[in-house]
Design a protein. Structure first.
Length: 758
């Protein structure tokens, strides 16, 4: 029992139970198949169509296009039906097997002679009577339809148009097969209340009536086209399906099984459908070779071979008539070509199938890939499991691709791949969180260990291993990396490299502090806190702290030179590798070219000793002087200098190269302090250049506090020319002077600047 609980605890710690819960949720989602999951599957099928489109086939299909050129030549649409009669006669003469109109004619032709006689003004009675005796354009068009085999287009609607039983009478009834004890086909079809079809004169003359209605999926993409429609309890075939009926002269049938419609049949063609009578269109890229301009047919300039014995669809690609559809391969495919590609799919028997067993196969794929991640990630680690994930994704992609290419069978692998990726990400995160927790425990345990110097003192006097402290005058140093948050963000995918970078920085900084007799109090992320004169006494603690700070600056310059060289070499190597492999998406290593730091140093009285509780304590310091050192480090960025030292520290190093920065009241502290920057040691302080700078700068500070704005501005120019490192400082004073010139300070102003930030 205990071992069972232990295994459960390990599983929880490794995130496996949560991951298993995620997997179960995904499996339930696939079973229910809500809209987002269904859309993901459809987009997966779209990707297969894009990767492996149907090759254009030599099927007997042609499209007579009412294109822009035809509209320019023959006038705007709708054309007089005498022109359409001529078009039908020409196509019939060229040997068209069946003609299908992807346009419909619900109203009489307004350009018929009789209509003109009724509406035209200024006609004499003889002319009006002569026009009335002429046959209507609709009659001429109907006679042309009777001389050919033409299927007219119709469209389903939910309104009041065409909602009588006479309107809803199909041209040729569909035979219902295989319903047994099940439902009629209408049960599985979307029910429409009405139909918009050609006027009776044309409808009676046509060999068939087919539905043009093509309804896209909810994401506006056309993937499936219904072959049968239910209108007022009657079944109507789709345009392409009725063209096949007219071509073969055979009856048409719909076969229904236990779970819905299974197939549509006409002649020798048994067309598999989904339960709602829809067939997946196996799209090829836009087939411009199918198109023949209507004006060229009427002009008699078309090669008869392009029409002879073909199923001819008449439709439009003209942008002004707006009959475009979005398909998996084309953002705007003329609607007539959707019907043409459906006919090619049927005649070439290149059906796409979504078999009943596909759902079970997809659930199995999800479960298999998910369990693979749950088992392997916690025990093999992120790197090797990433390889497993890649291999699994490749296997799923190749398997579904093989089924699609080899058998035109659509099995979706996208949800299983998404599941595997989500579980991989979560489990890697769980592993990372667990390791972070272990690191915290290790850091807490080793926090009991003290500095070597303190250990030596405790070895000679164990009584010091107790809570409490002593009052001392000490020097404190805080050092922080500038913009460390931004640097960490760049390494978010490579924390090991960030750790190496910090170690390379911390090591020389720590060694420098220790070499100058300092004690490392703690590391706070990228911040170093150190102090001098404890636990071992150091009479020159302020001087040693300043020497340590100058040495830290030199060490940083050396490190930055190395980082810059490594970054240049590494980026060049990565660019060459990317160019050679053609892989611009490969993971690139992050390089940092340089680091910048801020240092704050202050000297003052404090309490130093073992601070904490009786079960956990640290050797540390407390006092106002410590807090001020931290505030000075923060101010280094505002003044644009690397090191800021307090006035008490500056008094201890009179022979160092220092420049007064300001008289400042830091946040959280009532009294004002003079602060300085550290430019160099005694050697630099002895140079004529520094001494000249110090004289001009001291004069600048005096002029500024004496409200001599013009004099201060002149001295800023002199100082800036002598020391470029202080440019930001002088910009700050220029901004203050400009503000005080606009709004002078109060009479009791002493030059104190109140810092608004810590």
């Amino acid at each position: 029992m205990q071992s069972s609980f232990a295994r459960l605890a390990r599983a929880l710690q490794q995130g496996r139970l949560v991951a298993l819960g995620i997997l179960i949720v995904v499996l339930v989602v696939r079973g229910i198949d809500p809209a987002p999951a269904h859309l993901l599957r459809l987009r997966g099928f779209d990707l297969l169509q894009e990767l492996f489109p149907r090759s254009a086939q030599d099927e007997p299909i042609a499209i007579v296009d009412i294109d822009e050129a035809s509209l320019d030549a023959l006038g705007q649409w709708p054309w007089p039906r005498t022109i359409l009669a001529d078009l039908v006669d020409r196509l019939t003469g060229l040997g068209a097997a069946v003609i299908g109109f992807d346009v419909f004619f619900p109203e009489p032709d307004r350009t018929s002679p009789g209509r003109i006689a009724e509406t035209a003004r200024g006609l004499d009675e003889a002319t009006r009577a002569a026009l009335a005796r002429l046959p209507s354009n609709d009659r001429i068009f109907a006679e042309a339809l009777q001389r050919s085999r033409v299927v007219l287009g119709a469209t389903a609607n939910q309104g009041t148009v065409g909602n009588t039983d006479a309107d809803a009478a199909p041209k040729a009834p569909l035979v219902k097969l295989g319903i047994g004890g099940g439902h009629d086909p209408e049960h599985y079809l979307k029910a429409y209340r009405g139909i918009t079809r050609a006027i009776p004169e044309l409808d009676a003359a046509a060999a068939g009536v087919g539905m043009e209605t093509v309804e896209p999926e909810f994401d506006t993409v056309v993937r499936q086209v219904p072959l049968v429609f239910a209108i007022r309890g009657q079944l109507f075939p789709a345009l392409s399906f009725d063209m096949l009926r007219v071509l073969t002269g055979e009856s048409v049938a719909v076969r229904t099984g236990d779970y819905g419609i299974e197939e549509m049949m006409v002649g020798e063609h048994a067309i598999p459908t989904d339960q709602h009578g829809r067939v997946w269109v196996h799209f090829a890229p836009h087939e411009s070779n199918l198109y023949v301009s209507a004006k060229d047919i009427l002009a008699g300039t078309v090669d008869p071979a392009r029409i002879r014995d073909k199923l001819v669809l008449i439709g439009t690609s003209a942008p002004g008539l707006i009959d475009n559809k979005t398909t998996p391969l084309d953002a705007a495919l003329p609607g007539v070509e959707v019907h043409a590609q459906l006919l090619e799919t049927i005649l070439g028997e290149s059906y796409l199938t979504d078999p009943d067993w596909a759902k079970g196969a997809e659930i199995f794929l999800i479960a298999a890939t998910g369990l693979l991640m749950i088992v392997l990630v916690p025990i093999t680690g992120a790197r090797w499991t990433l390889l497993v994930l890649a291999l699994t994704a490749a296997a799923v992609a190749l398997g579904t691709g093989y089924l699609y290419v080899g058998n035109a069978t659509m099995v979706d692998g996208s949800l299983s791949l998404v599941t595997a990726a989500v579980l991989y990400t979560y489990l890697v995160y769980a592993n990372y969180s667990r390791e972070e927790s272990q690191r915290r425990q290790i850091r807490s345990a080793f926090g009991q260990y003290l500095s070597p110097a303190l250990v030596e003192q405790l070895a000679t006097d164990p009584s010091k291993l107790k809570l409490g402290g002593e009052f001392r005058n000490m020097t404190f140093l805080f050092c922080d990396i500038r913009s460390f948050t931004a640097i960490s963000e760049r390494y978010k995918d490579d924390p090991a490299s960030l750790t190496r970078l910090i170690n390379r920085y911390m090591t020389p900084m720590t060694n420098t502090i220790l070499a100058h007799r300092g004690t490392i109090d703690k590391y706070i992320g990228d911040c170093i806190m150190a102090f001098w004169n404890a636990p071992l006494s150091d009479a020159e603690h302020a001087r040693n702290a300043c020497l340590g700070a100058l040495s830290m600056m030199r060490e940083l310059e050396a490190l930055n030179r190395i980082l810059t060289a490594e970054a240049a070499e590494g980026e060049a190597r990565q660019s060459a590798a990317s160019a050679g492999n053609g892989d611009t998406l490969a993971k690139r290593r992050v390089y940092t070219k340089s680091l910048a730091i801020g240092i704050g140093i202050n000297t003052g009285d404090c309490i130093v000793g073992n601070m904490g509780s009786e079960i956990r304590f640290d050797y540390s310091v407390l006092g106002d002087a410590v807090n001020l050192a931290s505030r000075l480090e923060t101010q280094s960025k505002n003044y644009g200098v690397t090191a800021v030292i307090g006035e008490d520290t500056e008094r201890h190093v009179p022979n160092f190269a220092t420049i007064e920065l300001d008289l400042i009241a830091v946040k959280g502290r009532a009294g004002a302090v003079r602060i300085f920057t550290l430019l160099g040691g005694a050697e630099h302080a002895a140079t004529p250049a520094y001494q000249a700078l110090r004289r001009s700068h001291d004069a600048l500070i005096a002029a500024y506090r004496g409200r001599d704005w013009s004099g201060a501005r002149r001295l800023i120019g002199e100082c800036r020319a002598m020391e470029k490192r202080l440019d930001q400082l002088y910009q700050l004073y220029e901004a203050r002077i400009a503000a005080y010139e606009r709004e002078p300070p109060p009479e009791d102003w002493t030059g104190v600047y109140i810092a608004e930030t810590k």
